[in-house]
Write a protein that binds this ligand. Structure first.
Ligand code: HEC
Length: 164
């Protein structure tokens, strides 16, 4: 084969491979992203717990929904789109958020290292799902009540344990 033909042949091969791979990549995408509106590629997160924390979607195929949550200022716009990270921050340490109308929301530090004295897996579940604090009081409405499976909660705890 002379040089020119070889180059063309290689070019054609590259195009063919690309055409074959692109649909395969789509087919191999996430099984279900439901209403989360975003498709997360395989490997985008190091663990399902990390994914849950940042996106409120799970590898198990269901978006994690919630009720309650802050109902003032710009937060209303976030309806259906909040994840733990929105309030507790990328490092899990929480902090104060302004909600407009002079209201301030104070999200707690939920790194496992900060929770572990007060919480175990069951108490964590009660707080996240029912807004029940270990001391018997109800958490403020600013903390949404989450519709999340026990398996996903376990993954979240594993992720919170990785936060320094
Ligand atoms: C819209 C903001 C918001 C989002 C989103 C949110 N939280 Fe919270 N969370 C809070 C606030 C505010 C508190 C403190 C409530 C209080 O002081 O009564 C809190 C408290 C908690 C507590 C109790 C901590 C303690 O020391 O008592 C846990 C556990 C917790 N959140 C876990 C989560 C998890 C897990 C997610 C994601 C599935 C999440 N939160 C998403 C705002 C939020």
């Amino acid at each position: 084969m002379n040089r020119e033909i070889k180059t063309i042949a290689n070019g054609l091969l590259a195009v063919t491979v690309t055409l074959l791979l692109v649909p395969a990549a789509f087919a191999a995408g996430p099984q279900s992203v439901e209403s989360s509106g975003t498709a997360w590629g395989t490997g985008a997160f190091r663990s399902n717990g990390e994914r849950l924390y940042f996106t409120a979607t799970s590898e198990r195929g269901k978006a994690i929904t919630y009720t309650s949550g802050p109902a003032s200022g710009g937060w209303m716009m976030m309806e259906g789109r909040l994840a733990c990270v929105s309030c507790h921050g990328p490092n899990g340490q929480g902090g104060k958020h302004s909600m407009g109308m002079m209201q301030v929301m104070d999200a707690k530090d939920i790194r496992w290292s900060a929770l572990q004295d007060e919480f175990d897996a069951e108490k964590f579940r009660l707080a996240v799902v029912k807004g029940q604090d270990p001391d018997g009081t109800q958490l403020k409405q600013d903390m949404p009540r989450w519709n999340i499976s026990n398996d996903d909660l376990d993954d979240l705890i594993s992720f919170l344990k990785t936060l320094p």
